[in-house]
Design a protein around this ligand. Structure first.
Ligand code: NAP
Length: 244
C-alpha cells in the first residue's frame, strides 16, 4: 500500500492527516497517511528507509526550509521561495516542491479588486515568501512589516500609521499571532484606518476568525482566512505525487 504523510515536530493538531484520510475514504483510495514527528530534518533519510512505500510527504513548521538540504532535487519555485512544503519520492529520489503559493494565489484571487496594487505583508517567514511569489505576477507589490528585518521594502510596526493603512488596501497576516490557543492576540496595526475597500487575509485557519480578521470586519473590510489555501495546497500536493 502506498504511504503518504506529514513531516513536522509537533503534529497533534495538524490538518493534513484528517484531510487526506477523509479523501482516501470518500474516494475509495487504498493509501495510508501518517504523521511523522522528527526531532531534526536530517532524520528524513532514516524515515525513507523505514517506510519503503512512502510516495509523498507534506512538510510543516519548523522544517520547510531545513528539509531543503536533505533533498535530491528542488523545484525552481521552491528554490525561489526558499521553502518546501511537498516532497515527491520516486524510486528513493526526493524532489521538493512548494504548493503554498498556489494555495494562496487561488484563494485570494476572487477577492482582489482595483486599487490593490500594493500589499502589506505582516511577517517575513517562509509563508510570506510564498505570498510574495504569488502576488508579484498579479502585479501586486509587496511591502513587508517586520519586528526586526530591514530593507527598502520592509517596515517596522511603528512605521505603519493610519496614512499607510489608508493607502494600502490589501493586508496579509503571515505571522502566527492570533493562532489557537493565543486567540486574543492580533498584529499591532491601526485597525481604525481600515475601510470597506480593504481586504484582510489571514493565513491562519484556527480559529476560523482571528482577532485580526474580526477587527477588519468591524471596520467593514472583506476578510478571508487560510482554510481554502490549506485545502488547495493539499490538493496540489496530491496532484504532484500522482499526476506528474
Ligand atoms: P514562521 O516562519 O514561524 O513565522 C512567520 C513570521 O512571523 C516570522 O518570520 C516573524 O517575522 C513573524 N512573527 C513570528 N512570531 C511573531 C510574534 N510573536 N510577533 C510578531 N511577529 C511574529 O511561520 P511561517 O511558516 O512563515 O507561517 C506563518 C503562519 O502562516 C503560521 O500561522 C502558519 O500556520 C500559517 N500558514 C498557513 C498556511 C495555509 O495553508 N493556510 C500555509 C503556510 C503557513 P518578523 O521576524 O519579520 O517579524
Amino acid at each position: 500500500m502506498e504511504v503518504y504523510g506529514l513531516l513536522g515536530k509537533s503534529l497533534k493538531h495538524s490538518f493534513s492527516k484528517k484531510y487526506f484520510e477523509e479523501k482516501f475514504r470518500s474516494n475509495k483510495i487504498d493509501c495510508r497517511y501518517e504523521n511523522f514527528e522528527l526531532e531534526s530534518a536530517s532524520e528524513l533519510h532514516a524515515l525513507l528507509k523505514s517506510e519503503p512505500n512512502l510516495k509523498g510527504l507534506n512538510v510543516t513548521i519548523p522544517y520547510k526550509t531545513a528539509i531543503m538540504a536533505h533533498l535530491d532535487e528542488i523545484s525552481p519555485e521552491a528554490k525561489e521561495i526558499g521553502a518546501v512544503n511537498t516532497i515527491k519520492i520516486v524510486n528513493g529520489k526526493t524532489i521538493g516542491h512548494n504548493t503554498d503559493w498556489i494555495g494562496f494565489r487561488d484563494s485570494i484571487k476572487p477577492f482582489l479588486a482595483l486599487g490593490m496594487e500594493k500589499a502589506l505583508v505582516l511577517g517575513t517567514g517562509g509563508a510570506s515568501k510564498a505570498v510574495e511569489y504569488a502576488l508579484k505576477p498579479l502585479g501586486i507589490e509587496v511591502l513587508y512589516v517586520s519586528r526586526t528585518a530591514t530593507g527598502s521594502n520592509c517596515f517596522s510596526y511603528q512605521d505603519i500609521n493610519s496614512n499607510a493603512i489608508g493607502f494600502i488596501k490589501l493586508i496579509v497576516n503571515t505571522t502566527p499571532i492570533g493562532m489557537f490557543p493565543e486567540i486574543v492576540d492580533c498584529p499591532n496595526i491601526p485597525y481604525e484606518a481600515i475601510t470597506p475597500q480593504h481586504l484582510l487575509y489571514d493565513l491562519i485557519y484556527n480559529p476560523a476568525e482571528t482577532e485580526f480578521l474580526k477587527k477588519g470586519k468591524e471596520q467593514g473590510a472583506i476578510t478571508v482566512n487560510g482554510h481554502s489555501m490549506l485545502k488547495i495546497q493539499a490538493e496540489r500536493s496530491w496532484e504532484i505525487w500522482n499526476k506528474e
